[in-house]
Structure formats: structure tokens, C-alpha cells
Ligand binder design. Sequence first.
Ligand code: C2E
Ligand code: CA
Ligand code: CA
Length: 413
Amino acid sequence: AQSNSPALALFCIDLDGFRRFNNLNGHHAGDKLVTALASRLQTLAPGLISRLGNDEFVMLMECAPDGDIHNSATLLCYQILHALTEPYRYKDKEFILPCSIGVALAPLHSGETDTLIHQATQARLKAKEKSSCSYAIFDQQHLADKENQLSIEAELMSAIRREEFQLYYQPRVNIATGKIIGAEALIRWQHPDKGLIQPNAFIPTAERTGLIVPIGYWVIRQAGIDMQRLQDAQLSVRHLSVNLSFRQFQDNYLCQTIQRLIEKGNIDTRILELELTESALFNNELHVLQGIGELHKLGINFSLDDFGTGYSSFSLLQKLPISSLKIDRSFISNITENTDNQAIVKALINLAHSLNKEIIAEGVETQAEQNFLAALGCTQVQGYLYSPPVPFSEFIAMLESAHHVKTGCAENQ
Ligand code: C2E
Ligand code: CA
Ligand code: CA
């Protein structure tokens, strides 16, 4: 499109269930459906439609001279969705096929037809990810996010080799005594150019690519080193937990490798705790259960992370060597006002008591929240009220300045 020509919108339209429809009803029915679809589109934008593939259509819309291309394109998306999700009739039967639409704008996104088709296809895939019967307009930011994700993926490899990770520690506190009884190790990536990167920005990529496996081993090794340093400084804690993602259970050598790390690092397995999420337990049940059982034989304890957000089977909780449950932050953040959350947290605490498990409330930010939790029978908290996650050196200082009980009295904490 030249600069003096009107703005254009290119739509890429795809039927979600077309292949299935074809398989069930035959190709003749499929052809009929495509013809019906094409004529519906034709009434919306006469003459500017072409078929890209099986069930994929491309449509062009020219913007009126005084119009806003973004608004006009959005409106047409709604019209297309409305027209295409009307039932189709074939041999006295009605079919509804969901569709997704992606849009690219010229000259805003590009002036090249191929590029526009590519961009509209990208947008369509994004729409489809969201839900069926939806549309998306191409978004440069989305592409930037994707590229950023790709660069994270590439850089994670070298980050592992160069050991660019750090463990921060967030104290776990006994409400009644106010003492630190343990800590959770939380990973950070000290990127040479981008600075400190939070786990939510790279753990999902690490899980998807499997790089969480070597990263997870580094975390356990480092937590072991830090545990040793605490003991050398005579500052012992009862629990030091690390997060274990469901993906790590797909590694056949998980138990063996952890056992080796424990032996080599002389890690006290009574203190080491592995945090699992409910989704990890139910993803690949038998395999995971066996792994947990084997690791428990080494003396390791488990806690259930983000408790309340997933599907918890009562009998499974009873069977597994899980010593504590961590109530998810989402139930805590508005507990003083939200009566639903109050009821949920109360039920979770009672469940923990009846299963004889320790209970920890995560994400406690105010004294009012802590008082409320204590009244419900919660005994341990972790959250910004006491401290955010801090580098190991600060964690040590915290233990020292709290005149923390020295080694030997750890049992009394
Ligand atoms: P998580 O295991 O649920 O960890 C708790 C998260 O809540 C931490 O975020 C912590 O900083 C944050 N948090 C704690 N107290 C408060 C509070 O009072 N208010 C608020 N707003 N937030 C609080 P972080 O460190 O960013 O970690 C995010 C997630 O990344 C973790 O969630 C965990 O799922 C994952 N993660 C962190 N380190 C590791 C790791 O070594 N391995 C694996 N697999 N996942 C990790
Ligand atoms: Ca955790
Ligand atoms: Ca959590």
C-alpha cells in the first residue's frame, strides 16, 4: 500500500472444527460448507475474498476515507463472527463451527501482502489460544514478547553454564514465638545485561524446554551449600525448602541425582524440604508417587505449595509423606474482608490439623492478616510482613540479629 492509498485491513479466518466436520460428514459436505461460508463472507466484503487453504480464508477491507481503520476492522470482526457462527444446514442437520480471526493493518503493520498475511495468521493463532470464536488484531508487543521469550530460551543455556543464578531466602516464621523456623529458597537470575530477573519471567520457559532439570539440580546443590554455611555459623533452621516443578519428575534420574547431590554436599535431609504443587502430584500420578516415596526414604520431607488452588485428594494427602501445607497467597491477601476466603482458609487449616500436617500461610503482608490467621489456628507464616525473599548474606544477618537460637536447641523452636 502506498502512502496515499487508503488504509487496509487484512483478515485471516479459520474454522476450528473443519477437519473434524470433513472426517465425520465426507468431503462433499465439506465443500458445501466452504461454499456457504464463502457466500456469507461475500455479503460482508464483496469481491475481496480468497481461499488460502482448506478452511482458511483471507479477506480484505478498505477503510472509508474518514474512517478509523482500527475501529472499522474491529466492527467487521464482530460481523464475521456473527455471520460464521450461525448454524450451517446440511442434510437436515445443523452444525455450528467455531472460528477464529486474525487481523493485520496496512500500512500500520506492513505494506507487503505476504507480511500482512503472516502477521494476520500470527494474530489468529493468538486469538485461537484465547478461546474459539474470537478475534485478535496483530500486535507488535506480542511479537516482542515472543522474541523476548526466544532470547530467554537461548540465554538460559549459557546462564546454566555460567552459573548466573542466585538463591534468595524468605523466612518462615512461627506466629506464636515470632522466631524464624525455616526459609524457602527462591531463584533469581543475575543477567549480565538485563540485571536481576524474577523467576516468573524464566521458570515457565525453563519448564517448557526442560532446562528446569539442570536448573533444579543447581538449586538443590546451592541450597545444600547454604545449609552448610548456616550450620558452620551455628545458625540452624528446622526447614530449608526448595521448589520442585512437575517437569523435574519426567527426568528418569531425578531420585538418583538428588541422592548423589545429598551425599556429595553432605546435605541434612531432615532439614531439606521439597515443595510440590498439586498439579505436580496429579500430572503423572503413579510415576510421581514412586519418586516421592523414594526421596522420602532418604529422609526428605515434602510440602504442598499453593494449597487450595488445585485439586487435592484427601486420600492422596493422607498417603503421601507431605509434612506441611502452604496456603496460597491468593486466599490470604484480602482475608480480613473477603468472607469466602475466610471460609476457605478456615477449612484448609482444619483439614491440615485433621491430617496432622503443619500449615503455613503464604503472602502475609499485614499484622491484621496475621492476627486473623492466628485466630483461625494457623501457626506459621511466610510473607512481606516479616520479610521479602533476601540474598543469603542478609538472611544470615537476620538470623544473627534476631539472637537466633544456636545449634542444639533447634528442636525447641
Ligand atoms: P512460590 O513457590 O509460590 O513462591 C512464593 C512467591 O510469593 C515468591 O515469588 C515470593 O517472593 C512471593 N511472596 C512471598 N511473600 C509475599 C507477600 O507477602 N506478598 C507478595 N505479593 N508476594 C509474596 P518469587 O520469588 O517471584 O517466585 C515466584 C515463583 O517462581 C515461585 O512461587 C515458584 O513457583 C517459582 N520458583 C521460584 N524459585 C524456583 C525454583 O528454584 N525452582 C522452581 N521450579 N520454581 C521456582
Ligand atoms: Ca514455593
Ligand atoms: Ca506458593
